[in-house]
Design a protein around this ligand. Structure first.
Ligand code: PLP
Length: 455
């Protein structure tokens, strides 16, 4: 039996539900792109788990107590203590969100013509590598692309591929190896401690730094506790400490497991690298003791990281995702299995087998779910990850999914039940869903602003 939520609700936010005709008009006005909807026109918002968490009374009270100062606010030192205690890093640079961490780190490390291996790049990570003239390379194990294959650690990086890649390109062309925990793009799938250790060993053999893209580090730690031999008696914090011990640095979006609405971190061990990141950070983010945020945001982040690394919280979190996944699996809706840590990913290729990827099946599904039920998911398929060849033809993405991300501590099981029923109903009526054509898209991260039209 599931344990109930480890909190009670002190403040509520009323929801508004438009009728279907209104929603149809809204999505037409939005160019069939849910990023262009007003959030007040959305009933249940599963666009992202990023920056959408409910904060605790402890976090709010810490924010009120924080002194606002340009330099040397106590909030920086509170965060420093947390980063030391939880991550085991004493050098860090606060930034306003994960992509700012990526921008600074890759500006400092990546040169034109370099390669950055990762198990799988997230969209902003990929874009930031490219933006600095580098080539992002995904070296996740092959099973990651097999949606039905139940593997405990589907996010693992393939170490044979990694070795071959380093030998082929030469270590001098690789400024950093990244490992994304959990692998968001590949379905929120975890990476095992064994794999982190192996990747770290290979990196260090070639004298290369290993950085974690640590956005969902604590969810990953929970999976290690549940699934990996030798970890069931360890606390989430002990696992987290070990996980980070193999890394030379990390980037982190606190909008996920910092349980805050804005914030991020770069963690490093190398003094010179910290200096370079801080100096660039001063130009683009702000003085290092506030890092582009109000000081109170740093306090909330420090508390949030503590809360996210408790077992009770993680168990609740994983039970919510599992609940939605189980309901959909019972109804044969094709999802990535096993369920990931922060979201359920629906496989649009199997959901809409008659819509070719050039017609954006995951986008079509996302649009139809909004029209039918007022639920906003997000496309992670050819719109987000596809490429164009020289003639401008679409090269489809490897995976074609609609992600339903679960914001932290926001929705009840009853609301998730509504989501499950809505998706199941959509699946029963799937023949009515047609593909889309893309009428506009900017070059980098084009999916945010892309526009579509019915075929
Ligand atoms: C969210 C995310 C990022 C980027 O963080 P933002 O705070 O959205 O800029 C990078 N990597 C992964 C794996 C993420 O999930």
């Amino acid at each position: 039996m599931n344990e109930p939520e480890p909190f009670k609700i002190k403040m509520v936010e009323p929801l508004k539900k438009l009728d279907k005709e209104e929603r149809r008009k809204k999505i037409i006005d939005a160019g069939f792109n849910v990023f262009k909807l007003r959030s007040s026109d959305v009933y249940i918002d599963l666009l992202t788990d990023s920056g959408t968490s409910s904060m605790s009374d402890e976090q709010w009270s810490e924010m009120f107590k924080t002194e606002q100062a340009y330099a040397g606010s106590d909030s920086y030192y509170l965060l420093e203590e947390t980063v030391k205690e939880i991550f085991g890093f004493d050098k860090f640079v606060p930034v306003h969100q994960g992509r700012a961490a990526e921008n600074i780190l890759f500006s400092v490390l990546v040169n034109d013509g370099d390669f950055v291996p990762n198990n799988m790049h997230f969209d902003t990570t990929k874009a930031n590598v490219k933006h600095k003239g580098g080539t992002p390379v995904n070296l996740v194990r092959d099973e990651a692309y097999d949606i039905d294959k139940k593997v405990d650690f589907k996010g693992n990086l393939d170490t044979i591929k990694l070795r071959e890649f380093i030998e082929e390109k030469g270590a001098d062309k690789i400024p950093v190896i990244m490992l994304t925990v959990t692998n968001n793009t590949g379905g929120g799938q975890p990476v095992s401690m064994d794999n982190i250790r192996d990747v770290s060993e290979i990196a260090h053999e070639y004298d290369l730094p290993l950085f974690l893209d640590a956005c969902r580090f604590a969810e990953n730690a929970y999976f290690i506790k549940e699934r990996e031999k030798g970890y069931s008696d360890k606390s989430i914090r002990e696992i987290v400490k070990e996980l980070f011990s193999y890394a030379d640095g990390f980037t982190f979006s606190a909008k996920k497991e910092g349980l805050v609405n804005i914030g991020g971190l770069i963690g490093v061990r190398d003094e010179d690298l910290q200096e370079r990141c801080e100096n660039l950070g001063i130009i683009i983010e702000g003085f290092p003791t506030y890092g582009g945020m109000a000081c109170r945001e740093l306090s909330a982040m420090a508390k949030g990281i503590e809360e996210a690394t408790t077992y009770e919280y993680q168990r609740y979190r994983h039970q919510q995702v599992q609940f939605l996944a189980d309901r959909l699996i019972e109804a044969d809706v094709p999802i990535i299995k096993p369920a990931g840590g922060h979201a359920v990913f629906i496989d649009a290729k199997s959901f809409l087998p008659n819509v070719p990827q050039e017609q954006f099946p995951a986008q079509a599904l996302t649009v139809q779910l909004y029209i039918e039920s007022g639920i906003r998911g997000v496309e992670l398929g050819t719109s987000a990850f596809g490429e164009l060849d020289k003639e401008g033809n679409i090269i489809p993405a490897e995976m074609e999914t609609m992600r339903l991300a679960i914001p932290r501590r926001v929705y009840t099981l009853n609301q998730l039940n509504y989501v499950a029923e809505s998706v199941i109903r959509l699946y029963e009526n799937r023949e009515t869903i047609k593909g889309l054509k893309r009428t506009y898209a900017p070059k980098l991260l084009g999916h945010f602003k892309a526009e579509f039209a019915p075929l």
